[in-house]
Design a protein around this ligand. Structure first.
Ligand SMILES: O=C(O)CCC(=O)C(=O)O
Ligand SMILES: [Fe+2]
Length: 393
């Protein structure tokens, strides 16, 4: 029984290809899923050159002239994609001392304005109703010009594709750790189920739906050193939070300094230092809700670098889920035995206290609510006061 989260496990994904080591890997994964809720992965097959092509360009991206960064402002985007200046976001009512570019899977707009002359019509791609407001979250990135930052779009795209591949592979390992057919969740990601799981695309109630491949979200983050006279608040890189943007998070810590901390079950902060050539993996609110709290969306935070420390750069990749899916629907793919596994593996009983409000059962609604609440100016501009008030009251 692992009662104290003394360390965050490091899983070697190359063990998945070795029949002797694989059972041990799955055991470690179970303990990471049902106990700590955080892990590192090494030998993840994301090529170092793909990572460095993007990370090497981050300083230049954030050093673009102010007017070029402003030209990519999130305010330009109904999809909440783009640049936010230093300390423009808050967590727990306090400013987060970081600067960021919110990016995503590059996708065209699908939302149809129901008021537009030819824009309405609510049947498309099967029965999908693209006039629903949450579809407006989906759309293209804002890019720096090729002249200002040569090779950036290509580097970002390769990175996105490689981490997406890792995310698919990792979800398959989770299915194995859960003891459910490999490929059970494939159609959430717009993928054909693998052949070994032909019966698995139906939920426990026997229904099947197809989804559009979701939009993953990627943040490019810069945390500068805090000023020497900073107050206690001056150290909040990002305040304590659970990830609300996706299913799983794959975080690449670019800089070598400390900062990321994870809340243990005994309410102490465990440092999650950068380990070269690894990604940190954790689970989002939707995952916690789908497993009825068996797998926790573990709380974490970033302490801003001290005055003499180096700037911290990091890149979380939030694996998306279909906007027109509900948490109740996801839950149907998770057998009862998984929901009970937390107690068996860690000796800690399910503490299913933080589920999504039933009003936001639809993942698109909960995502729209999240974005509206964290970027009220963007919400008011593109969605109007009524929507802003609805999601913030
Ligand atoms: O910057 C980091 O290391 C973590 C950031 C994070 O937790 C987030 O943006 O959700
Ligand atoms: Fe996070």
């Amino acid at each position: 029984m692992a009662s104290e989260q003394s360390a965050i496990p490091i899983l070697d994904l190359s063990w998945a290809d070795d029949s002797k080591l694989k059972p041990q890997l799955l055991e470690q994964l179970q303990s990471a899923l049902f106990d700590v809720g955080f892990l590192y992965v090494r030998n993840h097959d994301v090529p170092p050159s793909t990572i460095s092509a993007l990370t090497d360009r981050l300083p230049a991206l954030f050093d673009l002239p102010g007017r070029e960064r402003a030209a990519m402002s999130k305010l330009n985007s109904p999809h909440f994609l783009g640049y936010s200046g230093f300390a423009e976001e808050t967590t727990l009512g306090q400013q987060d001392l970081r600067e960021q570019f919110d990016m995503g899977t590059e996708l065209p707009v699908v939302w149809r304005d129901p008021e537009a002359v030819n824009g309405g019509g609510n049947v498309d791609e099967g029965d999908r109703d693209f006039t629903k407001l949450y579809w407006r979250l989906r759309g293209p990135n804002q890019w720096p010009s090729e002249k200002s930052l040569p090779g950036f779009q290509e580097a970002y795209t390769s990175y996105h594709d490689a981490v997406q591949e890792l995310s698919h592979r990792f979800v398959h390992l989770i299915e194995e750790a859960f003891g459910i057919p490999v490929g059970t969740f494939d159609h959430f990601f717009g993928r054909q189920p693998t052949s070994s799981s032909s019966s698995s695309e139906t939920s426990t109630n026997g229904t099947t739906r197809t989804f559009l491949p979701p939009q993953h979200r990627i943040k490019l983050l810069k945390y500068p050193p805090s000023p020497p006279n900073a107050t206690t608040n001056g150290h909040q890189g990002v305040g304590a939070h659970k990830d609300s943007s996706g299913w799983l998070t794959f975080l690449y810590q670019v800089s070598s300094g400390p900062g990321l901390e994870v809340l243990s079950s005994s309410n102490t902060w465990l440092p999650a230092h950068p380990i070269p050539n690894t990604f940190v993996v954790n689970f989002g609110n939707a995952f916690e809700a789908a497993t009825e709290g068996a797998v926790k969306a573990t709380t974490h935070r970033v302490v801003a670098p001290g005055p003499d420390a180096e700037t911290r750069y990091s890149i979380p990749f939030f694996q998306g889920l279909p906007l027109d899916m509900t948490v109740s629907e996801v839950r149907e793919y998770i057998p009862e035995k998984v929901k009970k596994m937390r107690g068996e593996v860690s000796g800690v009983q399910n503490q299913s206290d933080e589920f999504l409000d039933p009003r936001w059962d639809c993942l698109g609604e909960s995502q729209l609510r999240k974005w509206v609440r964290s970027h009220r100016d963007v919400a008011e501009k593109w969605y109007g006061r009524d929507v802003l008030e609805y999601y913030t009251s």
